[in-house]
Design a protein around this ligand. Structure first.
Ligand code: FES
Ligand SMILES: [Fe+2]
Length: 389
């Protein structure tokens, strides 16, 4: 049995169990159960996996100067904001006076300045401190040294990424060859037409694993399985910290949606080829972004661990601006469909979470159709093993 204990910020996981995950698929085992159940392991993951490049969300949320996108990465609240110069910057969401959170909602906008709700220090859109009331006469207080604390950020393929630790490899290297797919679907130019947040009683990795296979589709998602066969499509490969592949739409289905997958008056995203308009591509950008490329829209899930057995999941839908502008634009078929599928998924993820935490549970084996789950688990296992040294 795989024993695992972690403490003092040091990862302690059974090496043999992790090496078993990294074997070829047909001989591999899933991650050690402790990885889904031990709070100290999540603490380590927040520090090390979520301390590198993490996807905050989609670029459209911060398209206008002064608009921000705020997320909580473990105990750290961070926000990305576009400056008056059009540059995207990210900051710790903490006032330099006594640390108060500056922005309290996940999205919003200011015209010229961010003002602290506590004692009204205010900051320019580039993070510099512009006013600090009642600080006259304070010795060695330099406004220039008291701007917001910056966080490394990047805009890649329409996704807003932050690197809390500041030492992750180049963001282009992180996204790797997935960037070509994101650009081909023009993800960065799309407009959001819906979004929702779920609270799921499962470990974040269990949710990513669920996303990476469709073996459960016939039983869990009969509606989805009617639109694309669970055995269809292929696994895609390329450089970068991602995994995923395609599924093929059945004859007569134009997209994933209620109403038998008819896209209605929504044209396909411009520039997609014949195969692409009859497929859906499901990609996981490690660690927390699930990007689903449909013929006529893109869906983005981001995973936010709140506890070892609890994850907040955001789900958003993006369409071409010209499509959104049409009088007859209606995204509800796509949104309602995936909301139903999401809830079906959360239920089975929660069931898996309940079983995996049972004392005495042993790591399971992968089916030969779970290559993408194996790739995801391998990305995690590699990081665990690096930490074990
Ligand atoms: S904590 Fe922000 S002004 Fe005091
Ligand atoms: Fe599913």
């Amino acid at each position: 049995m795989t024993e695992a204990v972690a403490g003092n910020g040091k990862l302690e996981l059974d090496r043999a169990g992790l090496e078993a995950t990294l074997r070829p698929l047909e001989r591999a085992s899933m991650l050690p159960p402790a990885a889904y159940a031990e709070p100290a392991i999540l603490d380590w993951e927040i520090e090390h996996l979520f301390g590198g490049w993490v996807c905050l969300g989609h670029a459209s949320a911060i398209a206008a100067p002064g608009s921000w996108l705020m997320r909580e990465i473990g105990p750290t609240s961070v926000f990305a904001m576009t400056g008056a110069d059009g540059e995207v910057r990210a900051f710790l969401n903490a006032c330099r006076h006594r640390g108060a959170r500056l922005v309290e909602s996940t999205e919003g906008a200011v015209r010229r300045r961010i003002q602290c709700p506590y004692h009204a220090w205010s900051y320019d859109l580039d993070g510099s401190l512009v006013a600090a009331p009642h600080m006259d006469g304070v010795e060695d207080f330099d406004h220039a040294c008291n701007g917001l604390i910056g966080v490394r950020s990047a805009l890649v393929g329409g996704l807003v990424l932050v690197d809390l630790g500041g030492e992750a490899p180049d963001p282009g290297e992180h996204v790797g060859e997935l960037l070509g797919r994101l650009e081909h679907w023009r993800v960065g130019e799309l407009e959001r037409a819906g979004g929702t947040v779920y609270d799921v009683a499962a470990n974040w990795k269990a949710i990513a694993e669920n996303y990476n296979e469709c073996l459960h589709c016939p039983g869990v998602h009969p509606e989805l399985n009617r639109l694309s066969d669970y055995r269809s499509g292929d696994t895609q490969h390329g450089d970068g910290n991602w995994c995923g592949g395609s599924m093929t739409l059945n004859e007569g289905a134009e997209t994933m949606g209620t109403g038998d997958g008819h896209a209605g008056h929504r044209p396909a995203i411009a520039g997609l080829d014949e195969r692409e308009v009859t497929s859906v591509y499901y990609f996981t950008l490690f660690p927390n972004a699930l990007v689903s490329l449909h013929p006529d829209y893109v869906m983005l899930h981001t995973l936010w661990p709140r506890d070892v057995d609890r994850t907040e999941v955001t789900c958003e839908w993006f369409f071409e601006p010209e499509t959104v502008a049409r009088d007859d634009f209606d995204p509800s078929d796509a949104i309602d469909f995936w909301d139903m599928v999401n809830r079906q998924d959360w239920h089975v993820c929660e069931l898996a979470q309940m079983g995996i935490r049972a004392k005495g549970f042993l790591a399971g084996r992968f089916s030969s159709h779970e290559g993408d789950v194996h790739r995801f688990d391998s990305l995690v296992a590699e990081r665990y093993l690096e930490a074990l040294g």
